[in-house]
Design a protein around this ligand. Structure first.
Ligand SMILES: *[C@@H]1O[C@H](CO)[C@@H](O)[C@H](O)[C@H]1NC(C)=O
Length: 311
């Protein structure tokens, strides 16, 4: 269902960026025929994936994400805890309810727990993803326990995404996930989208929706082309006149420092780093409106004077 929210742009852009078609564990599947693919439910395709025919159940009243003993990022890692809430919401369509009744027992083939283990001494929970980050993960889905292992939180985020994509509804509408093994890492370290908020101002909620969609596609770089000739929406505390004069509108079409902070943190929580773009010396026409004497004046050719002999 969530795949429907993936924009056509991302679909086009991503075909190249993550898995390869030629190293399935299942040697029998050699033809990448979309309709017949058993792996069509995962996007992008993991490096190695083995989905069995054993269907397991999941229920919003019993299922939970947990931190494995010995994980280097656990209850104190707010990045992981907020990811658990987000993915619970994606999978079950709402926040986790308090356990209401003790008598709701889990069935024999029910997944009640996805245990997450960060294995590297530096989990990077409080850091920012970079071009050299380890984004790999291993996921094993079984009943009652599913296990996700990743060196860093960045890999864990991708593993959670993969786990959520594996969940489907059976013919009675019950949440189901097949017993599965995945081993995955990105094919390319830089998987980015560029948004240009100078030619067209983009409201913050549009930028956040794009980041959300990027995370669903395991993208990791948001290239924020924030200013250019056309407008200067970045609100600088040091040079407020730049956006006051150079933005399409001085109040409604600007990004405040708080907005920028929010975008960077929203992105970080989804394993995405933000690269801002401020060009110079070209592409700066909008800067000249709020900053006198910044741009080189264009010198018009002097009007031709009549030569003495013309008189
Ligand atoms: C999951 O298991 C069901 C039946 O048990 C099977 O029909 C289906 O193809 C499996 N899904 C995938 C993606 O392999």
């Amino acid at each position: 269902m969530r795949a429907l929210s993936v924009s056509a742009l991302l679909l086009l852009a991503l075909g190249c960026c993550w898995g390869t078609q030629d190293n399935f564990l299942d040697e029998d599947v050699v033809e990448p025929v979309i309709q017949a693919s058993k792996f069509g439910s995962l996007w992008p395709l993991p490096q190695k994936v083995q989905i069995s025919d054993v269907p397991l159940k999941l229920s919003g009243t019993t299922f939970e994400f947990t931190d494995a003993k010995g994980s280097t990022a656990g209850a104190s890692c707010s990045l992981l805890q907020s990811a658990y809430r987000r993915y619970f919401d994606y999978i079950f369509g709402g926040p986790k309810k308090q356990k209401m009744s003790r008598n709701r027992r889990s069935g024999p083939s029910e997944v009640t727990e996805l245990q997450v283990s960060i294995t590297s001494p530096d989990s990077q929970c409080d850091g920012y993803p970079g071009v050299t980050s380890d984004e790999s993960y291993e996921l094993s889905v079984d009943a009652p326990l599913a296990v996700l292992k990743a060196p860093t939180v960045w890999g864990a985020l991708h593993g959670l995404e993969t786990f959520s994509q594996l969940v489907y509804e059976d013919e009675y509408g019950a949440k189901t996930i097949n017993s599965t093994k995945v081993s995955d890492f990105p094919r390319f370290a830089h998987r980015g989208i560029l948004l240009d908020s100078s030619r067209h101002f983009l409201p913050i909620k549009v930028i956040l929706a794009n980041l959300e969609t990027m995370a669903m596609n395991k993208f990791n770089v948001f290239h924020w082309h924030i200013v250019d000739d056309q407008s200067f929406p970045y609100l600088s505390r040091t040079f407020p006149q730049l956006s006051q004069q150079g933005a399409y509108h001085p109040y409604t079409h600007v990004y405040t420092p708080a907005d920028v902070k929010m975008v960077i943190e929203f992105a970080r929580l989804r394993g995405i780093r933000v690269i801002p773009e401020f060009d110079t010396p070209g592409h700066t026409q909008s800067w000249g409106k709020g900053q006198m004497d910044l741009l080189t004046p264009r010198v018009s050719p002097a009007p031709r004077r009549p030569a003495p002999s013309d008189r």
